[in-house]
Design a protein. Sequence first.
Length: 73
Amino acid sequence: MLSASGIYLLDFESEAFVWIGKLVPKHKQTQSLKIASDAIQAVNSKGQSRLESIAISVVHYGFEPDVFRQAFR
C-alpha cells in the first residue's frame, strides 16, 4: 500500500507516525518531521496546542510498530 519512495503521515489523534520508505533520499528524510509537524498544525483547529499534546514518531520501512501495522489490516 505504501510506496517505498514515499513519506506518509498517519495521524491517530493522540499519536502520529511519519513513515519513511526505503528509497527516500537522506535529505528528504531529515525534512520529514518538520513537514509533518507543520501539516498537523495546519489541518487541526487547535493548531500549536495540538502539537504540544501529540506524540510524533518517525517509522522507517521494515521497522513498523504493531499499532502502525494495525491501521492497514
